[in-house]
Design a protein around this ligand. Sequence first.
Ligand code: SF4
Ligand code: SF4
Length: 365
Amino acid sequence: MEYRTLPHGGEKISVIGLGSGSLCGTEQEMMDVILAAIQRGINYFDMAPSKKAPFYAYAKAFAGYRENIMMQMHFGAVYKGGNYGWTRNLNDIREQFTWELKLLNTDYTDVGFIHCIDDREDLDEVMNGGIWAYMKALQAEGTIRHLGFSSHNPDIARRILDTGLVDMMMFSINPAYDYRKGDYAIGEVEERATLYRECEQMGVGISVMKPFAGGQLLDAKTSLFKRALTHEQCFQYALDRPAVMTVLPGVRNMQDLETALRYVSASSEEKDYSVIGEFTPQDAKGVCVYCNHCQPCPGGLDIGLINKYYDLALAGDEMAAGHYRKLPVKADACIRCGHCELRCPFHVKQETRMEEIADYFKKYL
Ligand code: SF4
Ligand code: SF4
């Protein structure tokens, strides 16, 4: 398992985490899945199941592992009557959070999320109606270690990032939504890409929900591109976006967990998602998505990473030049062989871009 470091706090987060929305079966079956996930290196867990029942399985499975795992708890997901419900009632939110802490036998959550915030009126209510103040107070006393939020809307996300107080964002990321296909495909192509870069620049980590667009991308009949992608391709696509720490597939059972964990040992060919180059909208053509399908580069350049650092630097990320400086082979090593341009499904003119990148970073070397 690969781990990524949360910029604010330094915690190591497994690149594959566990979404809880689909977990089902008996308590024992759910416990077995959670324990198997921990034993296979998963240490990051979303805590917004669709029913109350999985909480009891989590409580038993996490016993003895609290210091080894991280939870993201949602302020606004409640379980009156046993089923998930969305609320902005502060008393209900407080009651739910207190119950979760007690059941899970802990006195803190690693991440406290404003749950599912997608429009401006709701943002106003959260920020001015007491919920945000309550969460900030919990953070001040150490009961929430990191503040965050889950959203599908880049405009709302940016407004919350502007508070400068959040360390984590849960966002729906997959190639279909990024290319404006599907119900949650909110925001233009560039607006979404800019949001990820801004998170990276601000040191805000992203946990990814809906990596398969609710499963639609996995089947050619339902795929928003009319072509099925694999789990491994969807994971890699999400993990290649700036700021992404972890992807949280919603596993139902042990079989789903095994499917998700196949990513860990998959080859780079299996993870290659460059087939999406065939579906890119006009305004996304010529834009590097960091997929590295153009490898191998005879000059030894990590083309995807060099492009990512450049885009981040242009977006104002002051750390990007430092990351670039540490690369063993830099853009000026490009021998203009043209191999990458022939291979790139996104039609990126990499020879001129490498010249531009080398020129840009010259002053930082
Ligand atoms: S140049 Fe093309 S193939 Fe290479 S990393 Fe960028 S998008 Fe992928
Ligand atoms: S053109 Fe430059 S970056 Fe592209 S494959 Fe050749 S050496 Fe590598």
